[in-house]
Design a protein around this ligand. Structure first.
Ligand code: PMV
Length: 334
């Protein structure tokens, strides 16, 4: 056996965020979440299977194609994910992988989501075991990254939290015909100081965590309705409320986690000005990082991107949009 397969998977930005787990080891979420699948921000992964015994290995490809050994912590997560995937599929064989993302990793753009979804797809393809997006969602989540469970669908994706079925996969909530754009303002180059895994672990120590859990079902239902009903004003209000709520919990956990950088506030202020003074519909959200995702209808995208790009603390802008799910790729990375 020596089979090679390559797949790519999108990142996603959560509108209602997974923060806190009932079982962190298996990424079973304390609350339901909803995200938009991205188009430009993707990870591509090539997997080669080998017959002989030996450790699984992953390397990272640069844009120029140079391969470097992955950092130790990432290699360990990769090896654990591969082991669980083999177990779930009942297959054997050493895995060698190379991965490349189209965006900076560990900076508030969910690289673990696209990375582990791409890995699950590439390994499943190499073993000839590709399955439904629901089963692929469960396989992606075996990585321990919850957001990866949502990266196996295009459009807008809901991931439930059902105490009776804690293992539930994500499902598609709405298709990519709802055309929203995501203008990502990069204010931080370096990896964040506290991983989202650690953030989930600390979440329940916040005195605000219980209130968040109580408020989430209604926020989820209103935001989902606003999204499908095209009510961007209500969507904006709820999206920003949810973002602040997540960071309030993070900042008030023990020990506190502060993801914001000075540039974050500069972007938030600009978004408010665009909306209030210039009447440009746009709404901010953030994951566990300092960078800001500005969600807007297509007609706002150019103005938003130009306006954010001129801020002194913004060192780059990625223009993304709602996209489709994972796909097989014909070009291998090695
Ligand atoms: O998928 P994880 O374990 O990296 O956690 C994701 C956490 C957030 O990005 C902050 C929220 C989310 O639902 O994507």
């Amino acid at each position: 056996m020596s089979r090679k397969a390559t797949a790519s998977a999108p990142s996603n930005i959560a509108f209602i965020k997974y923060w806190g787990a009932t079982d962190l080891e298996h990424a079973l979420p304390a609350n339901a979440s909803l995200s938009m699948t991205l188009d430009v921000c993707r990870t591509t992964t090539t997997v080669q299977l080998h017959d002989e015994e030996g450790p699984d290995a992953i390397r990272i490809a640069s844009d120029e194609g140079t391969l470097t050994t992955a950092p130790e912590s990432f290699s360990q997560r990769f090896a654990r994910h591969v082991e669980r995937l083999r177990e779930r599929m009942g297959v054997h064989g050493r895995v060698e992988a190379v991965t490349r993302s189209s965006f900076p990793s560990d900076a508030g753009i969910a690289s673990s989501a696209s990375g582990f979804a791409a890995l699950a797809y590439a390994i499943s393809a190499a073993f000839d075991r590709l399955d439904t997006p629901e089963e692929m969602s469960i396989r992606a989540r075996l990585s321990g990254s919850g957001s990866a469970a949502r990266s196996t669908f295009g459009g807008y994706v809901a991931w439930p939290s059902d105490p009776d079925k804690p293992d539930s996969p994500a499902t598609q909530y709405a298709g990519s015909d709802i055309d929203l754009r995501d203008v990502i303002a990069l204010v931080q180059r370096d990896p964040k100081h506290v991983s989202s895994l650690e953030g989930h672990r600390r979440a329940a120590t916040s005195p605000h965590f219980a209130t968040r859990q109580k408020n989430l079902p209604e926020r989820m239902s209103r935001l989902s309705d606003a999204l499908t009903g095209g009510d961007f004003d209500t969507f904006t209000e709820l999206l920003e409320e949810e973002t602040i709520d997540l960071h309030l919990v993070a900042m008030s956990s023990t020990p506190p986690i502060i993801y914001w950088e000075p540039g974050t506030l500069e972007v938030l202020r600009r978004v408010r000005r665009l909306r209030e003074q210039d009447s440009i519909p746009c709404a901010f959200t953030m994951d566990a990082g300092a960078n800001v995702h500005v969600i807007c209808p297509p007609a706002s995208e150019d103005v938003v991107a130009a306006s954010l790009g001129e801020l002194p603390s913004v060192h780059g802008v990625i223009r993304d949009r709602v996209g489709s799910g994972p796909r097989s790729e014909s070009e291998h990375l090695f």
